[in-house]
Design a binder for this molecule. Structure first.
Ligand code: NAP
Length: 481
């Protein structure tokens, strides 16, 4: 298969689009949000049909998607995200004069985005990856997820309506359908400048290796999941046993457990373990089975559970019902920390509503656990304030292992805002210095460039004397407008 014409058109569109003012890029994104809202009544039923997710969730997800689009619209209209930095010339400096150096972030070029199965809207066709790339100034070649083809086509159509309304080149966004071969050909194309992906570890790593084997390797921003551990402390559990069990189970089972941030691992002190287990078991009784996204994901869930059932270190608090092949049934097992520490397979994500409760005996064991833990998107600590007073060492260890460290609440429900970090050390992602949610996601699709002694009339507006865009800039080491 040959994607030359798609990439050539995208490259041509890039050379035009990258130089448009942020106000025009922002207006395009606002128009896209408006078009998507105006097609809500067509998009929602399609996504419900193709994902098995309830209408309320999909309606909310469309709101999250358009809200996210407007956040990036505002970001690029304001313009300071380019991190303009200016060191003016010092011709009289001794012993050597200083040249005029001006640096900012410039878009990469055409990028390849893979849609995710578990968010048919917010992490798919007009999802965070596509929007942050377009906001940065990059055309998107989008590989549709085969689990929701009709939804994807409909949303792609809305994106094209917005492109047309704004008089922009249609090659700013290209919708590609196909399978693994098509996805790999896109990643290998010489004009592709970066890849964004949300999905399985196997898929993310395959694309990461492929991109690194290219003649000119390109960055792959792969978000590959996480078990999102919760560390619990004795006094906190004693005081709030029921409430914490309820919060844990509702977070675990939200969306049939098909969130990359659902908590699949919880560390509980031995003295409080029995009471917590009882409270959790009571909560689990009320959770009804519900259809998963597609039969492949349900099959993978039950295969993982079946494998774990063969491990004698585990004691089952609740077994999954294997009778329904599309319905995800919750499951939970308990293990001693000493056994958990012996095999890293116990850290592997089971995509669905399964959790492992690990019972620890001492704070020393908790430190060993923290040292042993793989990279995560999130880690949550449930402790009373006084229990944390001497825990700086543990907290520092946990900080090294995750992208978002919570001291209250549950990890599901990723706020789309300016400060959000949704990423983390490997294996949760292939790029721990980036986020796939929130305003900073735009930086994945831009790179720094410095101009030295460049004539004023050739400089981008963001770097010109007089600050014509009125953005925040670092001039001679001082932040100013
Ligand atoms: P997936 O299998 O990783 O697929 C995601 C996308 O990547 C699909 O478009 C797929 O193409 C493509 N892909 C996968 N492997 C590839 C390869 N070797 N080369 C080129 N393209 C490749 O994820 P999924 O279908 O969404 O679900 C499968 C599993 O992924 C789940 O059971 C779960 O474990 C995990 N998952 C994780 C997250 C998360 O948030 N991290 C989200 C969803 C799923 P085709 O499908 O067209 O072949």
């Amino acid at each position: 298969m040959n994607f030359d014409s798609i990439f050539n058109s995208a490259q041509e569109a890039f050379l035009f689009y990258k130089n448009l003012p942020g106000t025009e890029k922002g207006a395009f994104l606002d128009t896209m949000a408006d078009v998507l809202e105006s097609h809500r009544s067509e998009i929602v039923p399609l996504a419900v049909k193709e994902s098995n997710l309830p209408e309320g969730r999909i309606n909310g997800e469309l709101g999250r998607t358009t809200g996210q689009i407007r956040l990036f619209a505002n970001l690029v209209k304001e313009g300071s995200w380019v991190e303009a930095t200016i060191d003016p010339a010092l011709p009289d400096r001794t012993p050597l004069p200083r040249a005029d150096i001006r640096r900012f972030l410039t878009p990469l070029g055409p990028v390849v985005v893979f849609g995710a199965s578990n968010f048919p809207l917010a992490f798919s066709t007009a999802g965070g990856d596509t929007i942050s790339a377009l906001a940065a100034g990059c055309p998107v070649i989008y590989k549709a997820h085969p689990a929701h083809p009709e939804t994807s086509r409909k949303v792609a159509d809305c994106i094209h309506q917005a492109i047309l309304k704004c008089g922009l080149p249609s090659a700013l966004f290209t919708h590609v359908e196909g399978g693994i071969a098509e996805g790999q050909a896109l990643v290998k194309h010489p004009l592709a400048k970066a890849v964004a992906f949300t999905g399985s570890h196997a898929g993310g790593m395959a694309l990461f290796h492929l991109a690194n084997q290219r003649e000119n390797p390109i960055p792959v921003y792969a978000e590959m999941g996480s078990v999102n551990p919760i560390f619990t402390f004795p006094h906190k559990l004693e005081k709030e046993n029921q409430a914490l069990a309820k919060a844990f189970i509702s977070s675990l089972t939200l969306g049939v457990g098909q969130f990359c941030t659902n908590p699949g691992l919880i560390f509980v002190p031995e003295a409080q373990a029995k009471a917590f287990e009882n409270a959790v078991a009571a909560e689990l009784k009320d959770i009804a089975v519900a259809p998963m996204l597609h039969p492949g994901i349900a099959q993978a869930y039950y295969d993982s559970i079946q494998f774990l059932e063969s491990r004698e270190e585990l004691r089952w608090v609740k077994v999954a019902d294997p009778k329904h092949l599309i319905n995800g049934s919750t499951a939970m097992a308990e293990i001693k920390a000493a056994d958990w520490l012996k095999d890293t397979l116990f850290q592997k994500e089971v995509f669905g509503a399964f959790a492992m409760m690990v019972v620890y005996q001492s704070e020393d064991e908790l430190l060993e656990i923290a040292q042993h833990l793989h990279g995560q998107l999130t880690i949550t600590v449930w402790a009373e304030a006084e229990e944390l007073q001497n825990q700086l060492f543990l907290v520092n260890l946990l900080e090294e292992k995750c992208g978002r460290l919570l001291f209250k609440g549950v990890p599901t429900g990723v706020e789309v805002g300016y400060a959000m970090q949704h990423g983390g050390p490997f294996p949760s992602t292939t790029a721990p210095n980036s986020t796939s949610v929130g305003a900073h996601a735009i930086k994945r699709f831009a790179r720094p460039i410095a101009f030295q002694d460049m004539p004023q009339e050739l400089l981008p507006d963001a770097l010109r004397d007089g600050n014509p865009l009125g953005i925040w800039r670092m001039v001679n080491g001082n932040l100013e407008k």
